[in-house]
Write a protein that binds this ligand. Structure first.
Ligand code: HEM
Length: 251
């Protein structure tokens, strides 16, 4: 009697053969690899860290009064002017930041998707999950919070969307910040988002060394301290601004 062919064998025979993705030219070929995506995450992450630190230090000028803050904001628009047209470098920085953000998101999603597919199921994965660093698991919710915050923040202080900041006046950067943070729900959004940003930075600043291949037990303690201090400085600085307005220190 003829034996029935197992169903899985039949399915395997009729399933179309999946071609391997065609290798792209360098550096896209590097980005096709897991390590390449990790490098892109790390490099774009460093760009983000430098921006967030620079932005926070710049905003400290708020404590020096309206004129000083306006002077600083104007300075950002006219860097290297008249050698280059007004706002030229501002636009270069904006496009660079946008590019870094898009790449960071794409690499993050690809790595997350890859890890999800290769993760073992059952007992082992649960044990690994529990053992996994708390901060690394938080990336999944702190990332989307930061993304939503950036959209809100631009609508609030850059585009001046009526529904978000009804008192917005173009060019009045100091007044716009004060008007915005005087509303406690808006101040709360800034505080919560910046705490999420701090948690994201803490894990990001620690893991970027690993992504770049710097993983030496002798410096791992230093990596943790660096990541913690960096995150703490950003959160302290950024949370201080809405609090200062709410407490009437900046008005
Ligand atoms: C409480 C903390 C913060 C304050 C007081 C603040 C303040 C401001 C102000 C006043 C502007 C408008 C500048 C201008 O028009 O000249 C601005 C723009 C911007 N901020 Fe913030 N910011 C804060 C936190 C953040 C954070 C955490 C991020 C990123 C994660 C961020 C990203 C941006 C971006 C991308 C722009 C647009 C820059 C441009 O294209 O001109 N800010 N911020």
């Amino acid at each position: 009697m003829a034996q029935a062919t197992p169903r899985s064998t039949v399915e395997a025979a009729v399933r179309p053969i999946r071609k391997r993705p065609k290798p792209l030219p360098w550096p896209l070929s590097l980005y096709q690899t897991y390590v390449g995506k990790k490098w892109v995450m790390a490099i774009t992450g460093v760009i983000g860290l430098l921006f967030v630190a620079g932005h926070m230090f710049g905003n400290i000028k708020m404590y020096m009064g309206e004129q000083e803050f306006l002077h600083y904001a104007e300075g950002l628009r006219t860097v290297a002017y008249p050698i280059v047209p007004e706002k030229f470098l501002l636009w270069v920085a904006r496009l660079g930041l946008l590019g870094a953000l898009v790449l960071h998101l794409h690499a993050a999603f690809s790595i997350w998707n890859h890890n999800r597919k290769v993760r073992p199921v059952g007992y082992q994965s649960r044990r690994d999950y529990i053992a996994a660093d708390w901060a690394s698991r938080t990336m999944l919710w702190t990332g989307p919070i930061i993304l939503l915050f950036i959209a809100f923040h631009l609508a609030d202080l850059t585009w001046g969307v009526e529904a978000v900041n009804p008192d917005f006046q173009s060019g009045e950067v100091y007044q716009n910040v004060v008007a915005s943070f005087s509303r406690w729900p808006v101040a709360t959004i800034y505080i919560v988002a910046n705490v999420a940003l701090g948690i994201h930075i803490y894990h990001g600043a620690w893991s970027l060394f690993q992504s770049l291949g710097v993983n030496n037990p002798q410096i791992n303690q230093g990596r943790r301290i660096f990541a913690a201090l960096f995150a703490l400085a950003i959160v302290a600085g950024n949370v201080s601004f809405p609090l200062a307005v709410l407490l009437g220190i900046v008005e």
